[in-house]
Structure formats: structure tokens, C-alpha cells
Design a protein around this ligand. Structure first.
Ligand code: OAD
Length: 270
């Protein structure tokens, strides 16, 4: 009997080659970095329980009290020097040996890159970079900035404006969103790790994955908005959850090989 599993026609005839080429898209949030020691935003002890997001992560907040905003981000930039990627980041990097992996992250840390992931799309900016406070997206002003050097009031960029962190603040345009949507639409397998899925437009990405591809969500908690349609919930922390993910991916591969063998023999009989 031919089992109904998601497998493209291409994969059926070249299973070994095409498993390498399967597009595995991973969408991550603060939860994946929690076990590296970076607090999430909305859990107990989360950052937005202690600090006011609208004061520290909005253009209006920066206008009102730029020093407070710079202090907040300078502390987070410095903290990045004290944390390391964890097993979950490393497993995703390692999956590049088997899949065409793209990581789309809401995180502004650089732990995916430091773990070795080669394709990382940041939706909400990067702590390692600075930019212009006149035009955040001016390519002439976006540059790497040493994490141990605080951004100070009075530091200027090429256009003469105040230096600011290269972060997408509330109310600002999420410039990588179109690219992220395109990548999720092309995914053969979609994995979501450690995000509460409450911040839009990023949270909307879960709706763009093809209905019939395998979809996994790793998060130790129930999703407040309910589990998105078609997802298998691996209800574990990221570090443990990625090992379960590996087991389930292995299961998918075996199912594909079985299906291709069965289809191959039924085609020969035909
Ligand atoms: P949240 O703090 O909103 O959600 C974190 C999620 O991670 C929750 O669903 C937790 O259950 C889960 N979690 C906690 N510990 C975990 C662990 N060890 N392993 C796996 N999951 C765990 O963070 P985000 O969804 O990333 O934006 O927040 C989205 C955006 O809101 C952020 O990018 C940030 C914030 O405001 C900006 O600052 C622009």
C-alpha cells in the first residue's frame, strides 16, 4: 500500500540526493536562546515584565529618552559577549549536512551564526550592528560595531545623525518580511522554536507554509493563541526538543524511502 506522506516527485526518484536538497526552514524566537542565558520577553522574568517595551523599543521612546534606550541596548550588546550558543543552535547548524537549511529569527543575538548556521535572516535586527537614526535602512550607515564599545549620545554615523542600534523597533517596517514569507512558502519542512507568536508581522509566517509539509513547533509551554494549524507540538525546551526533532526528521526520511521503494516497484509492475 502506498502511504500518504509529503514527498515531492523529485524526491521519489532521487531519494539520497534530494533529501540533501530538501528545504528546511526554521523560525526561531527568544526561547531558543533562553538556555544560553538570554531572557525571553514574555515568560515569568521576561524582559517586558521588567522594562517598558514602548519606552525602550520604539522610535518614540528613543526620542523621549535616548540615553535610557542606549543603556538598555548597550547592556544587551555587552551581554552577548558573555553567552554561548547552546545545543539547539548547534543542531540547527549541523542539519546543514543533511538539508538546505534557512534560519529565520526574531532574535537580535548572533548565536545562530556563532553556532555555524550559514543562512540566517534576522527579522528584528542585530545587536552587532549600528545604523543611522535618520534612516535605519540606509546601507551606507549600517555597520558592524564592537560589542564591548557602548553606543554613546553624540556618536554620529556617515549622514551626521545619532548612531542607534540596528534593531527594528515597534512601529518600524520589518524589511526582511517579504524575503521570509518567500522562504517559508518554499519550505519542504518547517520548524518553529521558542516564540510566543504574538508579535506581528513575524508571527504570521506560520500561515505561509504549505498545508501538506511536515511542521513542528518546539516550545515547553502551551501556545496562548492555540497551536497553529497542522503543527506537531514538541512540548520541550529547545535543547531537549531538537533531539526529538532529529528523531522525527529521521522518521520522515524512512517514510520517504519506503514510499519511493513501494512506488518504484508499483511503477515497474505497471
Ligand atoms: P517571547 O518572550 O514572546 O516568547 C518566548 C517563547 O519561548 C514562549 O512561547 C516560551 O514558552 C518559549 N520558551 C521559553 N523557554 C524556552 C526554552 N528553553 N526553549 C524553547 N522555548 C522556550 O519571545 P518572542 O516570541 O521571540 O521584538 O518575541 C517576539 C518579539 O517580541 C521579539 O523579537 C522582540 C519582542 O518584543 C522586538 O524587540 C522588536
Amino acid at each position: 500500500m502506498i502511504k500518504l506522506v509529503y514527498v515531492s516527485l523529485l524526491n521519489l526518484f532521487r531519494p539520497n540526493v534530494t533529501i540533501m536538497q530538501q528545504k528546511l526552514v526554521v523560525f526561531t524566537g527568544a526561547g531558543i536562546s533562553a538556555e544560553s542565558g538570554i531572557p525571553t520577553f514574555r515568560d515569568a522574568n521576561g524582559m517586558w515584565g521588567k522594562y517598558d517595551a514602548m519606552k525602550l523599543a520604539s522610535v518614540e521612546g528613543f526620542g523621549e529618552d535616548p540615553q535610557a534606550v542606549l543603556d538598555f541596548y548597550n547592556a544587551r550588546r555587552k551581554n552577548l559577549l558573555e553567552v554561548e550558543p547552546n545545543h539547539a543552535h548547534r543542531v540547527l547548524a549541523d542539519l546543514e549536512k543533511q538539508y538546505d537549511v534557512t534560519v529565520i529569527t526574531q532574535n537580535v543575538d548572533n548565536l545562530h551564526e556563532r553556532a555555524g548556521s550559514s543562512k540566517v535572516i534576522h527579522l528584528h535586527g542585530e545587536l552587532t550592528k549600528v545604523t543611522s537614526s535618520r534612516n535605519r535602512l540606509d546601507p551606507n550607515c549600517i555597520k558592524e560595531y564592537p560589542l564591548d564599545v557602548p553606543i554613546r549620545l553624540g556618536d554620529k554615523v556617515a549622514d551626521g545623525s545619532q548612531l542607534r542600534p540596528y534593531i527594528v523597533w515597534f512601529g518600524e517596517y520589518v524589511d526582511n518580511m517579504e524575503l521570509a514569507i518567500r522562504l517559508v512558502k518554499q519550505a519542504d519542512i518547517f520548524v518553529v522554536i521558542g516564540t510566543s507568536l504574538v508579535v506581528y508581522p513575524a508571527a504570521g509566517l506560520v500561515n505561509y507554509a504549505h498545508r501538506e509539509i511536515p511542521k513542528f513547533l518546539i516550545d515547553p509551554n502551551d501556545m496562548k493563541q492555540g497551536l497553529p494549524f497542522g503543527f506537531q507540538h514538541i512540548k520541550m525546551k529547545a535543547v531537549e526538543g531538537v533531539d526529538e526533532l532529529l528523531r522525527r526528521l529521521e522518521g520522515l526520511k524512512n517514510a520517504e524511502v519506503e514510499t519511493s521503494d513501494e512506488l518504484g516497484s508499483s511503477l515497474r509492475d505497471f
